[in-house]
Design a protein around this ligand. Structure first.
Ligand code: URA
Length: 199
C-alpha cells in the first residue's frame, strides 16, 4: 500500500543526496555530513515540518534525532503517535554551519523538495515547527497569518489551499525553543493537542 508515494519520496531523497548546487553541499562534504530527507509515512494525515538539521541529524541522516527530537517524541507520544504514523521533514535538508538560521537562498534551493513532499503525502494538517517552517507554509498556502510572529500564531489553526486541496496549518513553537525558555514547555504541549483532531 502506498508504494508509489513511498517511491516518489525515495526519489526526492536521492535527488537531495546529489544536490551539488546547494550552497550547503561543500559544508556537508567537508564534514562528512549526510543530507536529511523526510521520514515517516507517505500516507500520513499529519506532516511536521522543522527548520533544518543540526549536527546530530546531519551525522545520522535523519531528522530530529537530537535533543529537540526527544521533545518531539514526547509530544507525539502525548497523542499516542509513533514517528511512523506521521511524516517528519525540514525546510532545509542540510545542516547550516554552526546551526545558524537558514538563509533565504538556502530555503529557495530546498523549497521544491518540500513542496513535492507535501504534494505527495497530501497531509490533512501541517504542524509547522518554528518560524521558518511557519513562514514557508503560510506564504505559499494561506491567505492569513503572513508576517505574524510565532507568539501570535502558535496553537491556532489556519486554512491553507495546497495543490492537493485544503490543508490545516497549525503553527507550533519549535521543540528546541524549550531549551531557551522553559515556560514554553507547557505551551508547546498544549498547542500540540490541537493536532489530535487530525489523527
Ligand atoms: N531542528 C530542526 O528544525 N530539524 C531537525 O531535524 C532537528 C532539529
Amino acid at each position: 500500500m502506498g508504494t508509489d508515494k513511498a517511491e516518489e519520496l525515495k526519489e526526492i531523497a536521492q535527488e537531495i543526496r546529489e544536490l551539488k548546487e546547494s550552497p550547503l553541499y561543500p559544508y556537508r562534504r567537508r564534514h562528512g555530513y549526510l543530507p536529511v530527507p523526510g521520514v515517516g509515512s507517505a500516507e500520513a494525515d499529519i506532516m511536521l515540518i522543522g527548520e533544518a538539521p543540526g549536527r546530530q541529524e546531519a551525522e545520522a541522516g535523519r531528522p530530529f534525532v537530537g535533543k529537540a527530537g526527544e521533545v518531539l517524541d514526547q509530544l507525539l507520544e502525548s497523542l499516542d503517535l509513533d514517528r511512523e504514523d506521521v511524516y517528519i521533514t525540514n525546510v532545509v535538508k542540510d545542516r547550516p554551519p554552526g546551526n545558524r538560521d537558514p538563509r533565504a537562498d538556502e530555503i529557495e534551493v530546498y523549497a521544491p523538495f518540500l513542496l513535492r513532499e507535501i504534494a505527495i503525502v497530501e497531509p490533512v494538517a501541517i504542524g509547522s515547527l518554528g518560524r521558518f517552517a511557519t513562514d514557508f507554509v503560510l506564504k505559499r498556502y494561506a491567505q492569513r497569518g503572513h508576517g505574524r510572529t510565532m507568539d501570535d500564531l502558535h496553537g491556532r489553526v489556519l486554512r491553507g489551499d495546497a495543490p492537493h486541496g485544503e490543508v490545516r496549518i497549525v503553527p507550533l513553537y519549535h521543540p528546541a525553543a524549550v531549551f531557551y525558555n522553559r515556560e514554553l514547555e507547557e505551551i508547546i504541549q498544549e498547542d500540540f493537542q490541537v493536532l489530535a483532531q487530525y489523527v
